[in-house]
Ligand binder design. Sequence first.
Ligand code: SF4
Length: 374
Amino acid sequence: MVNSLYIHIPFCRKKCFYCNFYSIKPDVEIVSAYIKALCRQINESSGKFSTVYVGGGTPTVLNLKLWQELLTSVEKKCGNIEEYTIEANPESFNARQAELFLDKGVNRLSLGFQSFNDVKLKKLGRIHSANQALEAFALARRSGFKNINVDLIFGTEAETLEDWEKELSLAIKISPEHISLYGLSYEKNTPLYSEFKESRITPLDEALVGRMYTYALGRLPRAGFLQYEVSNFAKKGFLCRHNMNYWRNGSYLGFGPSAVSYLNGRRMLNISDVKEYIKQLDNNRGVVIRQEKLSRIRRAKETAAIKIRTKEGIDFSWFKQATGIDFMNLESKAINELIEGGLIRYKRSGGAYKGVCLSRKGFLFCDSVSSSLL
Ligand code: SF4
């Protein structure tokens, strides 16, 4: 069974300076043709998903009529979905959308705030203000959403630890159920990267970025947000199941241009062009542009590299059951080095080693830990 469905809405009114995800400006005709094609694709799917996530891009640029079409297709095909998330941006989220989402069974909202500071929002190229973000949150609550995530970015140019502390305090004060934090990265093919290359931006000192992250690791749990993955914190009972499925290397389907699916050890990448995507579906042709069948060892190594990012880490018995491979036989060399470097530690049960997980230091260098396990 496929556990999860991801639906990509690849439209943004304006590209944020740091973003290298695939999205284009919403053209009325293209958006409408895309949603129609997507609905046909949903109707032809197996329809058995425990989680559905509609992300982007900016899903909330869709008008109400298109939302009706899309959510009705999902409702008819998938029925009861345990966790059903939609991403919303403050400038385009509105009360009628909120009402429709709830009516169609959506039970989780992920708000793309990134910051509560207008200067920082401008630097990031966001098109909403801090006030709009707060209003969007209040609207979501008033409408009846009981499970809300907010996304925040830290480490922008000239940001101070005090700035970041204030933002985290405000996030805690409005009391969402879930907070995701991302350190700003300078991705190739973004305006931010060009500015950096042309020395018009000075990235924040890495040690300060590390202190900002470490501050969040201490501050959020004290406020009742338990860390369960490198970037993710949730109140009790509000872990994102959709993402947990990714981190357990479970199967998922991805609909939409540039979306990825992972099924029976096969990874498939969709065409990264909306018009081409629509054309292929209209002509009853496939939308996968590249696929790769992973060997048993490769699957196991990828499972290790992803799952280590979770707070619970990797239990040896879970790993054996999930991949059929003994974790320590597979990764002994890397594990010894990572233990010596203080990046991971053993988990014990009754004196015996039962698994491994990231240390405090390991959370700061999680990308290199993951790479060593691949
Ligand atoms: S960060 Fe989100 S809203 Fe901004 S361009 Fe990327 S996908 Fe669009």
